[in-house]
Design a protein around this ligand. Structure first.
Ligand SMILES: [Zn+2]
Length: 130
């Protein structure tokens, strides 16, 4: 049983891996009422690992299943809460990403959602003889 308390540890969900991580912040109920569970998820962010990759200039490609995500128009327009992650990830340098996909990417953007098969295709490009 998760007991209610007036303090709670803030967690966010990582945009890239979809897993909750601790932000290190304590949330306090203003009226000191036991209103919260041990952990409270407040939104989206980047876990330590993926924040570090983002800081290093990588963009994360997050593979999503369009059917399970409930969109047919392509996963490019997915909102994070809709995305059904397959668990496959790839990281590309931002300049490499823009060259390969012929797409620009906003400075603050840490990840893009891609369809199944894209990562497998990238792997064949990387391992192909030059
Ligand atoms: Zn993460």
């Amino acid at each position: 049983m998760d007991e209610q308390s007036y303090v709670s540890l803030e967690q966010r969900l990582c945009l890239v891996c979809g897993l909750p991580f601790d932000t290190g912040n304590l949330l306090l109920d203003k009226r000191l009422r036991p209103s919260m569970a041990r952990h409270t998820t407040t939104g989206w962010g980047l876990c330590a690992e993926h924040q570090a990759l983002f800081d290093d200039g990588f963009v994360a490609l997050v593979e999503c299943d369009p059917e399970r995500s409930g969109v047919s128009a392509g996963v490019g327009t997915l909102r994070p809460e809709q995305a059904y992650r397959t668990g496959r990830l790839a990281h590309l340098r931002r300049d490499v990403f823009m060259r390969l996909f012929d797409a620009s990417i906003a400075d603050g953007q840490a990840c893009v959602f891609i369809e199944p098969g894209v990562i497998a295709q990238l792997k064949t490009m990387v391992s192909a003889p030059r």
